[in-house]
Design a protein around this ligand. Structure first.
Ligand code: FES
Length: 487
């Protein structure tokens, strides 16, 4: 299941890492997560549902759902899509709730709490978070950047296509390269101890701080042990990204039904094929781009189905796919998936103008992978806990924190940026990150020159011009109107 050759990415051979899966010896490679090693070895059932014991595979691939929970070295509920593979670990399938003896062993893996005080906490090391951290530190603020993954870059680390936009947004550069550039721009600040980066770490809660400080709890995993941090900060920027949407159909819980981001992660980060024949659901930019990336990895894309009457993504991406012989069927959707332990096939159906299935239009497709590219929902759980005002805005992808043009929410010195403030492209996420980083530094009196923010706001306006920027334009306008009402 490992990708042997790729037109853009290189997957050099790496050191083998032996491990045990349900007491059977297996081998992964250095840099694998547990789930990527299992997928490469052909294991796609990672757990079983508690009541019906149905097989469960991984879905989001970035630690945002719970379909990949396994027992590792006796510790239950480890998210194996983000947990690194270590030599000789024992990984087991879970199909019951953890028992008391599991819990009893847990406290010994916790180490004493450590305290950190910093000017700006940035949660999320994707395009928005990296840009926010770089901007805030460039004015002299001390920054702690926290991310759940083993590496910085967020969704950029799997994007092999070149970005559009202008020079400021690094147009013409591949996402993976932008991730490298942003990460290396952090390095001088890390050396000067102005930025501290905490990887493989989760912000677990918001607590009452003292004297204008916001207090967060963070757990960082070290191996399979955890360190608890209490972080006090004067400002926090939440760039927590988004979660993949699911579609309702029978069989959508079978291993082999993946979110598009998970497919990208497997292929482009770990060099593992998610399957051999894919049905792509959704013809927005993500669906079209990931379909092309599947072809680059040597995987067959049977077709792309899109429920809307028109393709949602850029036509340049659709044209590339069609040139490769991949049909794109609009007004079609997935009706059902077949298989016992894994996806074996799917039924698609044609829709009428009221989005209802047309009788006798069903078609059976043989495939082992369903890739869902049906949109994202902003990650706002931490914002909810902080108590910032939120509203449901369909054009933003769901509930979002109300925020002003400085990206500040209704709680003073709590900022948002990127997908967690409304679903958009990575280019706009980077500019929003800069605005949030600048605004935090400005509020903390590290700068008084407000012209910089104006420059970034102009860049955002350019990025949102044109028909593809209509949705975010409407979303941000609604956010602004609702914020004014709140105030
Ligand atoms: S949390 Fe691991 S697949 Fe979603």
């Amino acid at each position: 299941m490992r990708i042997q050759s790729h037109p853009i990415l290189e997957f050099p051979s790496k050191k083998s890492i032996p491990f045990y899966f349900n007491n059977q010896k297996m081998t992964g490679v250095e840099g694998d997560t547990i789930a990527s090693a299992l997928h490469a070895a052909g294991v796609t059932t990672l757990s079983r549902s508690l009541r019906l014991h149905r097989p469960r595979g991984f879905f989001c691939g970035i630690g945002k759902c719970s379909s990949c929970l396994m027992r590792v070295n006796g510790i239950p509920n480890v998210r194996t899509c983000t947990a690194p593979l270590h030599e000789n670990i024992h990984v087991e399938t879970q199909d019951t709730l953890p028992d008391v003896s599991d819990q009893v062993s847990l406290p010994s893996s916790l180490q004493p709490k450590q305290d950190v005080t910093v000017d700006v906490l940035v949660v999320g090391g994707g395009p928005a978070g990296l840009s926010a951290a770089l901007e805030a530190v460039s004015y002299g603020a001390s920054v702690l950047l926290v991310d759940e993954n083993q590496m910085l870059g967020g969704q950029l680390v799997k994007q092999t296509h070149k970005f559009f936009g202008s020079k400021e947004e690094r147009a013409g550069t591949r996402g993976i390269e932008i991730a490298r550039q942003l990460t290396s721009e952090l390095e001088p600040f890390i050396d000067r101890k102005k930025i501290q980066v905490m990887l493989d770490a989760t912000v677990i809660g918001y607590y009452e701080g003292s004297k204008n400080l916001h207090r967060f709890g963070i757990v960082q995993r070290k191996g399979y042990h955890s360190v608890l941090y209490q972080v006090d900060c004067r400002a926090a920027i939440l760039a927590c990204g988004a979660m993949e949407n699911m579609v309702l159909f029978p069989g959508n819980d079978l291993p082999g039904v993946y979110g598009a981001g998970a497919v990208q992660t497997l292929m482009n980060v770990y060099g593992v094929r998610p399957g051999t024949t894919v049905l792509m659901v959704g013809a927005g930019n993500v669906g079209l781009i990931v379909s092309y990336q599947l072809l680059q990895a040597g995987i067959k894309v049977d077709r792309v189905v899109e429920a809307a009457p028109v393709i949602g993504g850029y036509h340049v991406h659709a044209a590339k796919l069609r040139r490769c012989g991949v049909p794109i069927q609009t007004q079609h959707t997935i009706q059902e998936v077949y298989g016992t332990e894994h996806v074996e096939g799917a039924v698609i159906v044609r829709l009428d103008h009221q989005w209802k299935p047309i009788q006798n239009s069903e078609e059976y497709i043989t495939c082992d992978t369903i890739c869902l590219a049906v949109g994202l929902t902003p990650s706002t759980r931490l914002l909810s806990q902080i108590g910032v005002a939120q509203e449901f805005i369909a054009e933003a992808g769901g509930y979002v924190a109300l925020h002003n043009e400085a990206m500040e929410t209704t709680v003073q010195n709590i900022f948002v940026a990127g997908d967690s403030s409304g679903i958009e492209e990575a280019s706009t996420a980077m500019v929003e990150g800069k605005i949030a980083g600048f605004s935090a530094a400005y509020n903390l009196n590290y700068t008084t020159d407000d012209q910089i923010r104006k420059k970034y706001l102009d860049q955002l306006e350019c990025l949102r011009a044109g028909p593809f920027g209509e949705k975010p334009r409407i979303a941000k306008q609604k956010i602004n109107e609702l914020l004014v009402k709140q105030v």
